[in-house]
Design a protein around this ligand. Sequence first.
Ligand SMILES: [Cu+2]
Length: 470
Amino acid sequence: MKNIATPPLPSCIDRRTFLTKAAALGSSAVLLRTAQAADHVHVHEPQGQQESTTTTPKTPSLRERIDPTPTLPPGTPGKDYTPVITPNGVALPWKIVNGIKVYHLIAEEVEHEFAPGLKATCWGYNGRVHGPTIEAVEGDRVRIYVTNKLPGGTSVHWHGILLPNGMDGVGGLTQRVIRPGETFRYEFTLRQHGTYMYHSHHDEMTQMALGTMGLFLIHPRQPQAERPDRDFAFLLSEWRVDVGTSRPNPNEMTDFNIFTFNAKAFPGTEPMTAQLGERVRIRIANVAAMSHHPIHLHGYRFRVTETDGGQIPPSAQQWETSVLVAIGQSRTIEFVADEPGDWAMHCHMTHHVMNQMGDKFPNMIGVQPGDLDARVQSLLPGYMTMGGDGMAEHGHHIEHGHSQVPPNSIPMRGAAGPFDYITMGGLLTLLKVREHLGPEKRDPGWYRHPHGTVANLASHEELRRDGILV
Ligand SMILES: [Cu+2]
């Protein structure tokens, strides 16, 4: 496997860097609004902090330091960055008005499907749960309008992003709440690059439990490392959706029963695809209510290249096969997709790869239930003792119509795989690596393994040859 060397980068662009780059570029394309033009707020100026470089004509005002005006043109997809893929998600559209990237988020109620068979009324943005991914480039000035169509007040916090305090979006602390029907304007210049988030910061427990969150990705203006061929981003969250209900329960503290990548539980998760030899980046951010998630990728070892605090110097990047993404954090991993196949990527907490798991039952593993199931089913349709084969038994019975589940529920559901029933749900997705993918790089279906490379029933001859007594 190739070593992915990622030279260090400054974790953020400060005003001096902006100005230096502007001077170096020296072209009319450089947007340089004067500090005076923007500086109509009277603030106290600290004395004796004259810049020593020749490229800074005057000491920046406090306003300019906390809210720098952009000196570079807005970053362009294709030229300045390769757009990120948000599986099961979309990017938030933007337009440029006078050199500023303008976005519009609408907080609203959304009918959301976690996986086939389970829908709930959630809260999200622009008709989606989670909200669309905001994508921009270091040095861009972004103006984000937030319209509140929720029944209660809200605010949006730009999680991990360096910005003026008054743009931080903490309801009550840095701004008044956005009342239903109102539209607020947030505006700041992006001084860093990396994987960040946005989420409601008002009535947090309820609003975030219902889904008011999204990814905020900032590309470096001048990437030092090689650009990835495939750049994927995931937001982790968790939900309590009781069977027979249609809304996630925000009061839940510990016993969540739906765990999601980009608000989808397996088998609702859209797989990642990569062509053999492509450089792959996966960004994983977590704004779950209570759970940290150790995300494990099969078939590969990878380097953890970034946290939400910035790029990790190459000398400090660790090779891992699992990466713990704690609540409020993001982690970025990189590797070269040099092993073909269908590789699982999942949380390694086994209860996080289950859908609507009930845990209030006696342990019946190993018990032969006899006609117990049939008798209980007369009272509880669809009841099944988790006896010998756990979730696989459940899945098979449901898939083959022998067992029914209550409407709008996916209890203990996984999915039919190419060989057998896949007994995982929740935080599971797949990385499909192929020698050839179509131009759209769509899901190529199940992997066809080269002959002789699949674990299979051992023959009598093999057992005899190797002296294995069974
Ligand atoms: Cu987990």
